[in-house]
Write a protein that binds this ligand. Structure first.
Ligand SMILES: Cc1ncc(COP(=O)(O)O)c(C=O)c1O
Length: 433
């Protein structure tokens, strides 16, 4: 691990400065630019296990894990070996393949709501297609999403809706026509009453609800007791579908995702991240009846040149095999809890009001005294303090997501020693904030 005094960023700065001339904001996904913490992005050179090394030679314990996929640790040797073998057979087939069948069977066996699956190339695509199938199946157009939940950047899901326009479905970005988002209704997360009201007003037009069953895209927010059950009941009552976006939580908070962990079975599930083992993959799944709406079995069109790519399938299969081994989720839970309990103690000792949430290998830290149930609560966090905390940790070799509003991840490669080192760094940083 890099010590604070040895920390340098000259190479990162140089590379990012060139990148800014070549790509908008210097990145291919906005949060990587460190803008929300007014920081200078770090350019990675290599990742392995729980560690990452940047182009200046700094070493980090990584809690981003390439935004979720690296649950077995980066570049797990068994995944890499499987990929080497697969590579020898070519990079893309564009036909059915055995690898697709294998990963499909694994996903179907793992995730309670899934009887059939379609593989796509990203979480965005999975959620966009899930929405289309929900609409096709119900013959209804409106959907309900929650403020601060992210389901990728498809037009009709790119709606945040601030307090004054909470249910109006105003687009979040220029270029998204109002007409596209006018069927998107929003409610505050964990607010069953708001959802009931939407259904009372629009119930017969609502195709379904899509949500992050545990939120990672407002920072970490757990569902309140009864929230997921309530959504299941409301959707059943109105003949609407319930979709869990498990792009982040799938195979992370339990092998069968949030639906296994909380015992609530949605109608539709989206997946991504972990099921591609670090290669680009997404998937949507549901009952056979719903999935057979999709072409060529049914009339709803969807396709993809690289969908079911053999390398991505191979990395996914090996990753899920590793996650089936005994004790895996117990280890993830125990190590992550050790970390979050330690962080809570340290924050308290140094007089910082924090809200720290954790489920399995997913956690988050907010600098606020307000308990976090929704995005408005999350926004009370002291983002300047978070930015200073982030910088302090970075300088001490701890790589956290460069935004207050992103969950953090541990992996099977995070050792007890990694957790101890992280807590040592947090002790110094919290003392200095
Ligand atoms: C819950 C959730 N859904 C969808 C997406 C979009 O996935 P992708 O970035 O692969 O398009 C993300 C990405 O972070 C996500 O966290």
């Amino acid at each position: 691990m890099t010590s604070q005094t040895a920390f340098k960023t000259t190479q990162s700065e140089e590379i990012f400065s060139t990148a800014q001339k070549l790509m908008p904001g210097g990145v291919n996904s906005p949060v990587r630019a460190f803008k929300s913490i007014n920081g200078q992005p770090i350019v990675f050179d290599k990742v392995e296990g729980s560690r990452a090394w940047d182009v200046d030679g700094n070493e980090y314990i990584d809690y981003v894990g390439t935004w979720g996929p690296a649950i077995c640790g980066h570049a797990h040797p068994e995944v890499i070996n499987a990929l080497h073998e697969a590579l020898n057979k070519g990079t893309s087939f564009g036909t059915p393949s055995v690898q697709e069948n294998l990963l499909a069977e694994m996903v179907i066996n793992a995730v309670p709501s899934i009887e059939m699956v379609r593989f796509v190339n990203s979480g965005t695509e999975a959620c966009m297609t899930a929405l289309r199938v929900m609409r096709a199946y119900t013959g209804r157009d409106k959907i309900v999403k929650f403020q601060g939940n992210y389901h990728g950047h498809a037009d009709m899901l790119l709606v945040q809706a601030g307090s004054g326009v909470a249910t109006l479905g105003l687009p979040d970005s220029p270029g998204v026509p109002k007409s596209t988002t006018s069927s998107t209704l929003t409610a505050p997360y964990n607010d069953l009453e708001a959802v009931k009201k939407l259904f009372e007003e629009h119930g017969n037009d609502i195709a379904g609800i899509m949500l992050e069953p545990v939120v990672g895209n407002s920072g970490f927010i757990a569902p309140d007791a009864g929230f997921l059950e309530g959504l299941r009941e409301i959707t059943k009552e109105y003949g609407a579908l319930l979709a869990f976006d498990e792009v982040m939580t799938g195979f992370r908070i339990a092998y069968g995702g949030a639906q296994e962990r909380f015992g609530i079975t949605p109608d539709v599930t989206t997946l991504g991240k972990i099921i591609g083992g670090g290669l680009p993959v997404g998937a949507l799944g549901a009952s056979k009846e719903i999935m057979e709406m999709i072409a060529p079995a049914g009339p709803m069109y969807q396709s993809g040149t690289l969908s079911g790519n053999p390398l991505a399938m191979t990395a996914g299969i090996k990753t899920l095999e590793l996650l089936q081994r005994p004790g895996v989720y117990e280890q993830l839970e125990q190590r992550t809890q050790k970390l979050t309990n330690g962080l809570k103690e340290i924050a308290q000792k140094h007089g910082h009001a924090v809200q720290i949430g954790q489920i399995s290998a997913m956690f988050g830290v907010f600098f606020t005294d307000r308990p976090i149930h929704n995005f408005d609560d999350a926004k009370t966090s002291d983002v300047d303090k978070f930015a200073r905390y982030h910088r302090g940790m970075l300088e001490r070799g701890i790589y956290l997501a460069p935004s207050q509003f992103e969950a953090a991840f541990t992996s099977l490669a995070h050792s007890e020693e990694d957790i101890d080192k992280t807590l040592e760094a947090a002790e110094e940083v919290m003392a200095s904030l």
